[in-house]
Design a protein around this ligand. Structure first.
Ligand SMILES: Cc1ncc(COP(=O)(O)O)c(C=O)c1O
Length: 428
């Protein structure tokens, strides 16, 4: 990165509010253009973009069909939530991808807004008000979403009442010091106990990320989501899968939670591939019960606007047409296997976790105690990767890799070797 880009950042930061994404600030890049899996900075330097706008880049930067769809919609009209060809195409596209039971979709603009809507919907459909969510989870920074988010609440005062939190199945750092499968999913037993001890008997929903993104791409063991489904059923509560990060193919299936039939699904990020759009999907019976289904009760200014819908329709078409979920599964399995082959889990590398094209590499200061690598070292690793042309995301002491599902295996192979050359020789 040149002095020119640093100057550019300094000029922006003289006005821009603080608190921008840490990894974006660490990168300090001024981007001129992008294509596929690549970003080009103001000095003409290329970076393999495994950050992908924090998991947003699903079908590739500047995908030609996507750009064409947006240009055409821009030329036609863009204000109003009226019916449109774009919205019909978006709804048809999603219906072609989602399980048939999730037959109603409502559009919003961002992930947190859709999470809020999912929580409102669960309350409306059940007539109950409590939510169970998980440590280290992330659902956004609006009020209800924040209450259900792990950490990140310091200094913000009381959160929404009725939200219970319990440990996620983070086996590498199991707070119960148990080991899967011998534990028999002790964390779910603890969740059950937590509800028994603290619930007023009004559980509306369990809200869960099928894979915890911001925590470092934490992948729960087999049977975990099914056990949560059972727990929700025991309480006559709904299961909300927050698939903002995982949805539409990222983890190798259209939904990471599809095996356990969630009642409500939250979609965001990759669904618009850069255009800010999100959605919730649920069965008609759930959407039509209670206040949620009353006129104007679930709408928002921008929900279902035509540019957003043109983006969704195009993404859905590409995901389906190119079989991107399946591609993520096969290419992702190859990539994770290669990472494991060239990066031994020792030294600063604690664990490599991959599902489809969502990968986490957890970094530690001490391989025995698993003490997390300190922030300064994480920053230094990130910077070395960037200097070597690889831009990654961070979170929870891990490197997080979210390539577009269209990426070539050759690009990932090069990235794996670059990451290996840095991590394998790192001395902290
Ligand atoms: C699982 C999950 N849910 C919700 C959100 C919030 O989305 P947004 O930042 O679009 O509000 C995020 C963002 O990272 C996320 O990863």
């Amino acid at each position: 990165m040149s002095g020119g880009q640093a100057e550019h950042w300094a000029e922006e930061l003289a006005v821009l509010g603080p608190g921008v994404s840490e990894a974006v600030a660490w990168a300090g890049l001024v981007i001129e253009r992008a294509g596929g899996a690549w970003l080009t900075d103001a000095d003409g330097r290329d970076y393999l973009d495994l950050m992908g706008g924090a998991g947003v880049n699903l079908i590739g930067h500047s995908h030609p069909g996507y750009l064409d769809a947006l240009h055409r919609q821009l030329d036609a009209w863009m204000i109003g939530a009226h019916a449109s060809t774009a919205r019909l195409d978006a709804l048809r596209g999603l219906a072609g991808l989602l399980p048939a039971t999730l037959n109603r979709v409502q559009f919003y603009s961002g992930g947190a807004e859709a999470v809020e809507a999912a929580i409102r919907l669960a309350k409306s459909a059940t007539g109950k008000f409590e939510i169970l969510s998980f440590w280290r989870g992330f659902h956004g920074r609006t009020a209800a979403a924040l209450a259900a988010t792990g950490g990140a609440r310091a200094g913000l005062g009381p959160a929404m009442t009725g939200v219970h939190t319990t440990p996620y199945a983070y086996c590498y750092r199991c707070p119960l010091k148990a080991t899967y499968p011998a534990c028999g999913l002790a964390c779910v037993d603890l969740a059950r106990e937590t509800l028994r001890e603290t619930s007023s008997g009004s559980l509306a929903a369990i809200l869960v990320e099928p894979v915890q993104g911001r925590a470092g791409n934490v992948i729960p063991p087999p049977g975990y989501l099914a056990a949560l489904r059972e727990l929700a059923d025991e309480h006559d509560a709904l299961l909300i899968a927050d698939e903002s990060m995982t949805g539409l193919g990222r983890t190798g299936t259209i939904l990471a939670s599809e095996d356990v039939s969630p009642d409500i699904v939250v979609l965001g990020k990759g669904m618009g591939n850069g255009y800010p759009v999100s959605a919730i999907a649920a069965p008609a019976e759930i959407m039509e019960t209670g206040t949620f289904g009353k006129p104007s009760a679930s709408s928002s200014s921008y929900g279902g606007f035509p540019l957003a819908c043109a983006a969704v329709a195009s993404v859905a078409q590409v995901v389906r047409g190119r079989g991107l979920a399946e591609r993520a599964r096969t290419v992702g399995a190859e990539f994770t296997a290669l990472l494991r082959e060239v990066i031994p889990e020792r030294g600063i590398v604690g664990e490599i976790r991959g599902i489809g094209l969502a990968v986490g590499i957890e970094l530690v200061a001490d391989e025995k105690t698993r003490a997390p690598l300190d922030k300064k070292q994480l920053h230094a690793v990130f910077t070395r990767l960037l200097e070597n042309g690889v831009l990654v995301m961070t979170g929870g002491g891990s490197l997080r890799l979210y390539p577009p599902l269209t990426i070539d295996i050759a690009e990932l192979t090069d990235a794996a070797h670059t990451i290996a050359s840095i991590l394998n020789t790192w001395t902290s």
